[in-house]
Design a protein around this ligand. Structure first.
Ligand code: AVJ
Length: 326
């Protein structure tokens, strides 16, 4: 059995650690306070997210799996077997586990910000697929969308890229264009398979982000615990409540933490007072009409865009090639 190779790319220098705290504190001091959604994914947060994906209300993961189950061989079966497959935001590698039944890449590379979580997933994967070379990269690609192309562990091109789960929803349309452009560069004329949530009934959308058990509320509130550890701040989770609303104009879910009462939060070098009902924006989750996302992929340099969806059109999976300059 091959042991997974693991590389931590974001091993912070002291300067970077300082810049990170500075960025968080700037976010908290804006008129509309913000915390980046990447801070959801500490170890507990990653587990809470897994729990979210098991909720009745949270249709995206389940629906995407249905699409893969129904069309997996068609989507992945024709991909050449001699290429590396790179998954962005591989998490616990559960999707990769399914996918490796339909295709045999020359190696599997998982990139994930929650490094510990990824390592666990890769270990499980190595038991199921002992012959497959496995690489884990602990890397936060929200810091820089320019993934280091020349890294030997990524293998040589063309490479196939897998970005499921509508993780691209955290990026606004401009950022999403830049990200898909850097995916085109990373793939070096390979194939991209990407899962993206669609626009649908408001009630369905809002229930998915505000479930009856309160798992999403816990996931949202837990960001404060993570920030407390990174920034040494003194957020008290009991002073905050979760909200999630669909902004139709912008086609995105907006998640906030709302102050239940007047509160003051302090950290070394700063403080912020919040009025009752003042909020912190923690996440945007954009929803895309298939025709608009197809357009975005074409703008980013992809061609031959194909789309698969479920009977309700609640989720969409796109496969696209990087256009070969004739
Ligand atoms: C991981 C960004 C795809 O937007 O649906 C789930 C995160 N937030 N519930 C999403 C999330 C609240 C999720 N993504």
């Amino acid at each position: 059995m091959t042991t997974p190779t693991f590389i931590q790319l974001s091993s912070f220098s002291d300067l970077e650690a300082l810049q990170e705290k500075e960025a968080i504190s700037q976010g908290l001091l804006q008129e509309q306070a913000v915390i980046s959604p990447k801070y959801f994914y500490d170890n507990l947060g990653s587990r809470l997210f897994e729990a979210i994906t098991a909720l009745d209300e949270y249709y995206p993961t389940r629906t995407e799996s249905q699409i893969f189950e129904a069309h997996g061989p068609e989507i992945f079966g024709q991909l050449p077997h001699d290429r590396p497959l790179i998954e962005l935001g591989a998490g616990s590698c559960r999707k990769a586990e399914r996918l490796l039944h339909w295709m045999r890449p020359s190696r599997f590379v998982g990139i994930e910000i929650a490094a510990e979580f990824l390592q666990e997933g890769l270990t499980r994967l190595s038991e199921r697929f002992p012959e497959m070379p496995l690489v884990g990269l602990g890397y936060d690609f929200s810091r820089s969308l320019d993934i280091p192309l020349s890294l030997p562990e990524l293998g040589t091109g063309p490479r196939d890229i897998f970005y499921p789960g509508s993780s691209i929803g955290n990026f606004d349309p401009d950022q999403a264009l830049k990200l898909t452009q850097s995916m085109a560069a990373l793939s070096q004329e390979g194939t991209l398979v990407i899962g993206v949530d669609t626009v649908k009934e408001i009630d369905t959308l809002e229930a998915a982000y505000d479930d009856a058990l309160g798992v999403t509320a816990a996931f949202n509130l837990n960001v404060l615990n993570h920030i407390n550890r990174v920034l040494m701040s003194d957020f008290a989770t009991q002073d905050w409540r979760h909200t999630a609303l669909f902004n139709e104009q912008e086609s995105r879910i907006e998640m906030h933490l709302v102050a239940k009462r007047k509160t003051r939060v302090s950290w070394p070098g700063g403080e912020r007072k919040f009025r009752e009902n003042e909020s912190i924006l923690t996440e945007y989750s954009y929803k895309w009409l298939p025709e608009d996302f197809t357009e975005l992929l074409k703008k980013a340099g992809f061609s031959e865009v194909e789309v698969w969806t479920d009977p309700h059109q609640w989720f969409a999976v796109y496969r696209a090639q990087v256009r070969n300059p004739a």
